[in-house]
Design a protein around this ligand. Structure first.
Ligand code: 13P
Length: 250
């Protein structure tokens, strides 16, 4: 049975004190169940200060550079993340693609590098509103997967989690509806089935992200091909994240 996953992407928010307090609450108060994992993607500068003390929290980084070391001013290496007890990375987020010009090629290198180093990968994909309006969203997302994973074997792919985040739903308060979400999630699972095999496609967790909150989480999580969420704004307080976590449990 595939894992249910709830991931918090704190983006460039919180003070150190706030991050430590929030992380402590996540550590001790989130509902625990055998088949649920929680990922916390913190700003990198706080990572050394956050320690997983119990349960299923997995500490993740929002970014790194896919080289061992060297003259890459401002960047963070995988071994530096290992020093900070990090073992998950977020790759392909639309904010990094658009605001920091991350190309498919760089994203592919990041996926390769993190898998070679035994990291858990949450890979983000999703279309703009212009692409959806042209009804090209399914092909667009399939292509985002194809260009990055074309050479990846099933054993490695099975260490990845896919997060579908339509760009128009991120931070906009306009979440995709259940039909739109299920259409895309089943298309992604079908892509996995065609490229790999039944067991890989059935075991990969596919998350939804984009204006998910305590009110809409239940209906989003009721979609058969949704295995959890990648949460931005609503991950910044314990109460709102916990509310979503409770919807994933039932
Ligand atoms: P919001 O939940 O704030 O829409 O952000 C989603 C997101 O981008 C998570 O990576």
């Amino acid at each position: 049975m595939r894992k249910k996953i709830l991931a918090a992407n704190w983006k460039m928010n919180l003070s150190l004190q706030e991050a430590k307090e929030l992380f402590m609450k996540y550590n001790s108060l989130l509902p625990q169940a055998d088949n649920i994992d929680y990922y916390i993607f913190s700003p990198s500068i706080f990572l050394h200060e956050l320690r997983v003390v119990k349960g299923k929290l997995i500490l993740g980084a929002q970014n790194f550079y896919p080289e061992k070391s060297g003259a890459f001013t401002g960047e963070i290496s995988i071994s530096q993340l290992i020093d900070a007890h990090v073992n998950a990375v977020l790759i392909g987020h639309s904010e990094r693609r658009m605001l920091f010009n991350e190309s498919d090629e760089l994203i592919k290198q990041k996926v390769d590098f993190s898998l070679q180093n035994g990291f858990n990968v949450i890979f983000c994909c999703g279309e703009s509103i212009e692409i959806r309006d042209k009804k090209e969203h399914i092909n667009f997302v399939r292509n985002q997967l194809e260009v990055v994973f074309s050479h990846i074997k099933a054993t490695d792919f099975s260490k990845c989690v896919i997060a579908y985040e339509p760009i128009w739903a991120i931070g906009s308060g306009r979440t995709a509806n259940e039909k739109e979400i299920e259409e895309m999630h089943s298309a992604i699972r079908n892509w996995i089935l065609k490229k790999y095999d039944v067991s890989t496609s059935q075991n990969i967790s596919i998350l939804y992200g984009g204006s998910c909150n305590g009110k809409n989480a239940k209906s989003i999580f009721s979609c058969p091909n949704v295995d959890g969420g990648l949460i931005g704004g609503a991950s910044l307080t314990f109460e709102s994240f916990n509310e979503i976590a409770n919807k994933l449990q039932v």
